[in-house]
Design a protein around this ligand. Structure first.
Ligand code: MG
Length: 360
């Protein structure tokens, strides 16, 4: 089946509350959406958020990459020659992982629809439902305690707490949250590169000494500081999860080779889509490294693609797919069902989210 067109649009959605990390504050989603059209008229959908502080991709760069490079490379190719299409997508330009991810997931959506199967089944079919954590933004401590309690009330069993702006004050922050939510709730800490290696060791050891029972600490040091990441991983008992340090399968191979982190956070906007994410999953499986599936601030369209990858792959044991729960709007019909912490796969073919009515 020939790919006859690749079209680009935009999607703006308000968030229920502002999203704050050590790197930025955001109050709405403003994403690029893509549709890939097959010669039978069937359509596959994708989405990419412009997360310039992490991926370097902006709205304008995503748009140009798709229109000027990716579309001319792929239109006319036979979708069922899937490997060749994916090699072309990844080879037509370097970097630009967000536009590649948007087109990659639209191709997978269409590929699943052509075969009449939900994508997660074609990606391994490991599970039909799983739970996501929810992000608690970095704020004054009393606000974070309130947000944490509210998340627990909404049925979330795992909180991913954003820290990394105030060094050792982050220990007090986590202690207050642990005291408020009690021992039954899993707490993940995401420093978003906010600490030096020495600070990380001091802060994480202090959390260990206080018995805060932190499940993992995500990206404590700068993305490029692989030596620092390895040092922290070697010095503390709490598992360390690499996020901004791992984009590509090559990054993952380098990290695994020197055991610079215990876990890897896979995000489609970093890998350039499902095709490369599967390569990381395979490496992680071979080396016994657990993976998390994460997302940027994305709507249900692209988070649904990540959910299919998570449900497909056994090696992805942790999910941070709270994008749709952070939006203030009603969900689009079709695809995986996001209900509080629970994500349940549907039998809709492909990724399954029906998005035509929202197309601009
Ligand atoms: Mg992170």
């Amino acid at each position: 089946m020939r790919i006859v067109d690749i079209q680009v649009g935009s999607l703006v959605l308000p968030l229920a509350h502002p999203f704050k990390t050590a790197l930025r504050t955001v109050d709405h989603l403003d994403d690029i959406v893509v549709r890939v059209i097959g010669e039978n008229g069937e359509v596959g959908y994708g989405e990419a958020p412009p997360t310039a502080v992490i991926t370097g991709d902006t709205k304008g760069s995503i748009l140009c990459a798709i229109q000027d490079f990716i579309k001319p490379a792929l239109v006319g190719m036979d979708l069922m020659d899937f490997e060749a299409v994916m090699e072309k997508l990844n080879g037509c330009m370097v970097h630009n992982t967000s536009p590649k991810a948007a087109v990659d997931m639209a191709l997978y959506d269409l590929w699943g629809k052509v075969q009449g199967k939900p994508l997660y089944q074609l990606l391994g079919g490991a599970k039909t439902s799983f739970e996501t954590d929810i992000t608690i933004s970095v704020n004054p401590v009393d606000e974070m305690v309130r947000d944490s309690l509210e998340a627990v009330e909404r049925g979330f069993h795992t909180l991913k707490v954003k820290v990394g702006k105030e060094g050792t004050a982050d220990v007090q922050r986590m202690a207050a949250i642990r005291e408020a939510v009690g021992p039954g709730i899993k707490l993940r800490v995401d420093a978003n590169q906010g600490w030096t290696a020495a600070e990380s060791v001091a802060i994480i050891k202090a959390m260990e000494d206080k018995g805060l029972d932190i499940e993992l600490v995500e990206q404590p040091v700068a993305a490029h500081d692989i030596a620092g990441l390895k040092y922290v991983t070697g010095q503390v008992n709490t598992p360390i999860l690499a996020d901004e340090a791992v984009f590509s399968p090559l990054d993952a191979a380098n990290l695994i080779a020197i055991h610079a982190a215990d876990y890897i956070n896979i995000k489609l906007m970093k890998t350039g889509g499902i095709w490369n994410a599967l390569k990381i999953c395979e490496m992680a499986r071979q080396h016994g490294v657990k993976c998390m599936i994460g997302c940027m601030l994305e709507s249900q369209v692209s988070v649904a693609a990540a959910a299919h990858l998570c449900a497909g792959q056994e090696v992805i044991t942790m999910a941070d797919l709270d994008g749709p729960s952070l939006c203030a709007t009603e969900p689009f019909p079709g695809g995986p069902i996001f209900e509080g912490a629970a994500i349940t796969m549907s039998q809709d073919p492909g990724i399954g989210v029906r998005f035509d009515a929202q197309w601009e």
